[in-house]
Design a protein around this ligand. Structure first.
Ligand code: ADP
Length: 727
């Protein structure tokens, strides 16, 4: 950047030099026009002379050169004065005088005042003329430049004489004679005597006149000025005539005529010579103009080549600067790239570490919950068995508490597993057709009892424009509704809970539906609105004490709604109620496709005398499952490893196999695979505390027919078994 500025400074300096150069050029032009004007005066071409003088003045005005303007104005004034164009002359002299007022006294200033006086005299403005003369005489230069001033004084006196101001004229001639130097100014003295003689003659003072004229004639012998002599002779003749010396008068008159004739002759021949000279001068003038033009052209060419050189240098400098900055930028970019690569590498490592940590956490949670599920299965199973064995009334309360705690723990573990699954992106969405209205009505009827416990009205407002069958994941959807409606009913007492379902948009085979779960319950404080969606977050300790819960429901809801393609929103006012809402897209289905809906009904008789092989290594689970099966009249054979199970299957017939997945030695999946090589008909049902990496589809792919998750929910356990037992 600094370099750039420096460069700009150089360019500016260069261009200012150019300006100075072109300014010199203009001054040069003034002197050229001045020369041209003077040359034309010399050859009496006054038209061109005025033209060039005017141009010289215009140039000096353009450059605001006052000194030059003063001189050009005076030169033009003088030209017009010589051409007897007094008004124009007066104008230019006045301009020159005005420009000169505040400047040091120069000879030009003195001359201007004199010529202004002469102009005034020409116009017979005597007072003005006198004033200009007075101003000129006051200038200190008037005496110091005596010689030139005497010429002017002579002119002044002659002009007074011409205007018949004989007294003033005579005074001036006397002053002139007093201050002239004979050696250098013989011409002036000669003329002064001639005029003094002529003035005396006008006053008929013949003797005085004779005296003056004879003095003039004497000096004329030295100056040999024929023109002047002509006048002296004529006036001497007049003088002698007045003094009645007729001989003398005649003699001077004769001499005068002879001289006049002689001068006329000279004038004629002079005219011819003048004509020739004029021709020569015109030729020279042409040359001069051509030379000037040529010079101007050369100067222009020189100027342009100079300009081109400067521009070329500037261009090269710009290009070098640009290349340099590009080079520097490149270096900086390379360094930044290197830095970015390093940072990227660090970020990739950090990301991998984070992923590893997250995976480790997920696996840890999966293992812990799996390990918890097995003993929990024992607790829940034994509680169930004890409750079925008609316990004492006092024991019933304890067993009920035990069942509640067991169920709570099971829900908790299931929820943790669910969150873990969603966060690890292991969740799989179903895409099956379902009847939305029926699904919501089923949820409503299953929760009606709960609504009554809290004395709540419970409504479902369903938009009739919504198509009957949609394609989606009804299980996940039910999970969301159950959580939200359950909360709404739980946190509302003597109020109402409404499920509003509205069609937002319908396009060919897709719809967008808005769901609202509105309650008039306790509401949520403003500062908790965001917080309630976080893991383990509950409104307050009091709420936890009063209403229970795990604080994981809304976390699951939020994540599930996102997975389903929506975003959960919450509006709530403390004491007035809450509204949870979200919109989801669905595809429209033609009809209901067969679903894997679980039936909850089974026939007790179906179980009687059936033979089931239980492959399970955990002793407690062996005991519970066996007991649950025997309770229904089923014969249960237990084996604790996969290899033996395969052997047994070779030699015996069973109605069904319950296969634990995690076994010592070969696990349940491998054992099933081996059995399926020789027996494809016996139903095999997996028993698993499903961990993260096991899912239904995976287990079925080994040849299993169904899956029962631990801890068992007894009803579900029996329903599934009944599905596969022969009638
Ligand atoms: P919990 O199992 O404790 O209900 P949730 O994640 O479902 O956990 O809810 C978290 C907290 O949000 C609840 O403890 C409660 O304070 C608040 N909450 C959820 N739903 C409602 C509602 N409908 N009305 C009032 N508060 C609610």
């Amino acid at each position: 950047m600094k370099a750039m500025l420096k460069y700009l400074l150089i360019v500016l300096l260069t261009s200012s030099n150019l300006l100075i150069a072109s300014r010199t050029q203009i001054i040069d032009s003034v002197s050229i026009y001045q020369n041209l004007s003077q040359y034309n005066i010399k050859i009496h071409n006054y038209e061109k002379a005025t033209l060039f003088a005017t141009k010289a003045l215009q140039f000096s005005q353009k450059t605001k050169n006052y000194e030059s303007q003063i001189q050009q104005n005076f030169a033009l004034g003088k030209l017009y004065f010589d051409l007897n164009r007094i008004n124009e002359a007066q104008n230019y002299f006045e301009q020159s005088r005005l420009l000169n007022t505040k400047r040091p006294v120069t000879f030009c200033k003195l001359k201007t005042l004199y010529f202004l006086a002469f102009c005034a005299i020409e116009k017979k403005e005597w007072t003005n003329a006198a004033s200009y003369f007075a101003q000129a005489d006051q200038l200190p230069i008037a005496t110091s430049i005596q010689n030139k001033a005497n010429v002017l004084l002579l002119k002044k006196a002659k002009l007074y004489y011409s205007n018949n101001q004989l007294t003033v004229a005579s005074e001036n001639f006397t002053r002139l004679l007093a201050q002239t130097n004979f050696e250098n100014e013989k011409n002036i003295i000669e003329e002064a005597y001639l005029y003094k003689g002529m003035i005396a003659l006008r006053y008929t003072k013949y003797k005085d006149a004779l005296d003056m004229l004879e003095k003039a004639l004497n000096i004329n012998r030295i100056t040999k000025n024929l023109k002047s002599k002509e006048s002296i002779l004529l006036h001497l003749s007049k003088c002698h005539k007045g003094l009645r010396n007729f001989d003398q008068a005649y003699s001077y008159l004769e001499e005068y005529h002879l001289l006049k004739m002689h001068l006329a002759e000279i004038s004629n021949s002079k005219q011819n010579i003048e004509n020739f000279k004029k021709f020569k001068r015109d030729e020279q003038y042409k040359d001069f103009i051509d030379k000037n033009k040529q010079q101007q052209k050369e100067e222009d060419a020189h100027k342009y080549s100079k300009l081109i050189n400067i521009l070329a240098v500037a261009l090269i400098t710009i290009l070098s600067l640009l290349s340099f900055s590009l080079y520097k930028n490149n270096i900086i970019r390379n360094e930044s790239n290197k830095l970015l690569k390093e940072k990227n590498q660090e970020l990739i490592i950090a990301k991998n570490n984070a992923e590893k940590a997250s995976k480790a956490r997920a696996e840890f949670l999966s293992t812990v919950s799996h390990e918890l599920r097995t003993p929990l299965n024992a607790i829940n199973g034994i509680t169930h068995l004890l409750l079925e064995e008609k316990p004492k009334k006092s024991q019933l309360n304890y067993l009920a508490s035990l069942q509640f705690s067991g169920n709570y723990l099971a829900t908790f573990i299931n929820e943790i597993l669910e969150i873990n699954k969603i966060e690890s992106n292991k969740i799989e969405l179903e895409s099956i057709s379902f009847h939305l209205k029926e699904l919501l009505e089923n949820i409503q009827s299953s929760l009606n009892k709960f609504a009554l416990t809290n004395n709540n009205e419970f409504h479902l407002l369903f938009d009739q424009n919504i198509p009957d069958y949609l394609i989606g994941d009804p299980t996940k959807l039910s999970q969301v509704f159950l959580n939200l409606i359950n909360n709404a009913l739980k946190f509302t007492q003597d109020g109402s809970v409404t499920i509003k379902v509205k069609l937002l948009k319908k396009e060919e085979d897709t719809v967008k539906i808005n769901f609202q779960i509105i309650d008039t319950g306790i509401g949520i404080p403003k500062d908790k609105l965001e917080l309630v969606f976080e893991n383990f977050s509950q409104g307050s300790v009091e709420i936890n004490r009063k209403y229970g819960g795990t604080g994981l429901g809304l976390t699951i809801v939020k994540k599930l709604v996102k997975v389903l393609g929506g975003k959960i929103k919450l509006e709530s006012e403390e004491g007035k109620g809450s509204t949870f809402s979200f919109s989801l897209p669905f595809k429209v289905a033609e009809s209901l496709v067969e679903t894997t809906e679980k039936e909850t009904n089974y026939d007790e008789n179906q179980f009687k005398s059936k033979k089931i092989l239980l492959v399970e290594d955990n002793k407690i689970n062996q005991m519970i499952t066996k007991k649950m099966l025997e309770n229904k009249g089923i014969v249960c054979i237990i084996i604790d490893n996969g290899e033996s199970a395969v052997q047994l299957m070779h030699n015996h017939d069973y109605d069904l196999v319950l296969m634990d997945v995690h076994l010592p030695g070969i696990n349940g999946t491998v054992a099933t695979q081996e059995i399926r090589t020789f027996d494809t008909s016996t139903p095999i049902i997996a028993l698993t505390a499903i961990s993260l990496d096991e899912n239904r589809e995976m287990l079925l792919s080994y040849g299993m027919n169904d899956v029962i998750t631990k801890p068992f929910v007894p009803e579900e356990f029996y329903t599934i078994i009944s599905k596969y037992l022969p009638n």
